[in-house]
Ligand binder design. Sequence first.
Ligand SMILES: Nc1ncnc2c1ncn2[C@@H]1O[C@H](COP(=O)(O)OP(=O)(O)OP(=O)(O)O)[C@@H](O)[C@H]1O
Length: 304
Amino acid sequence: MISLRGLSKRYGDRLAVDDLSLDLRPGTVTGFLGPNGAGKSTTMRMILGLDRPTTGVALVDGRPYAAYRHPLRKVGALLDARAVHPGRSVRAHLLALARSNGIAPGRVGEVLESVGMEAAAGRRAGALSLGMSQRLGIAAALLGDPEVLMFDEPVNGLDPDGVRWVRHLMRSLADEGRTIFVSSHLMSEMQLTADHLVVIGKGRLIVDAPLAKVIAGSSLSAVLVRSPHAGDLATLLTAAGLRVERTGDNDLVASGATIERVGDLAFDAGVRLHELSTREASLEQAYQELTAGSVEYGARTAGG
Ligand SMILES: Nc1ncnc2c1ncn2[C@@H]1O[C@H](COP(=O)(O)OP(=O)(O)OP(=O)(O)O)[C@@H](O)[C@H]1O
């Protein structure tokens, strides 16, 4: 498990990461979201000991990453796909990593196969396309068969097949009980991949919650109700603390509650229902509401 406690990073007068405390759990894909400059990469770098926290700690199973003798066997990471020796072949790059981490050389062939790069093993790492570099970075992360995997924008540059492949890979790694921490700006992809979300803005924690809860919390998620007594029901639900909007003579939309709660309130009051259903916000909509106050580098939209 990865634990962050009061983790902060200051660059000059800029607080890039501001007092983050959270746990990343095994068997879970945790999506790491936030606007540009929010501090995602800096957080990941601190977990990997590549940046020193100004205050606080980042621990992997109770110890700093750097305290492990063979760190790649504990945490595999893809942070910057282009951070490879450009003149080395794909195979030589992975062999060098394996050697320095006490990993059997035979493992190189296995990870090349699992990322579909056996045929490219002899190519110069510096001459790969961005998508192929991403695959090589993922192969390097998998090399030590680690319990924890961190990926910074892993689908960047991948074609649709590659994107789907990464999604399935993350799911299967989590299903094997590993801890997966993945940053992305692709909300539709995150909605399909993540179980849990950590959202930060301007270095600060905004949300640490299951995906379903984040989506249900959006003002655009709601319960739709049709009833011949919609007026009575609206009064009842409002009195119970729900936000209610009448959308027709017999129709209303209630937000701030589950479908079960709306159904139970109607049943208890003896109000007849002709329809009870949910409208789910997309992750993109939920995310926009959550981060509305934290976007530093947003372009103004037309008319906005
Ligand atoms: N080495 C550094 N020196 C000075 N400032 C830095 C350094 N690295 C990051 N920063 C600043 O810290 C803040 C957080 O950057 P970071 O790259 O962690 O954000 P991010 O959430 O990963 O952004 P993006 O989504 O754009 O990749 C930014 O304001 C960035 O300019």
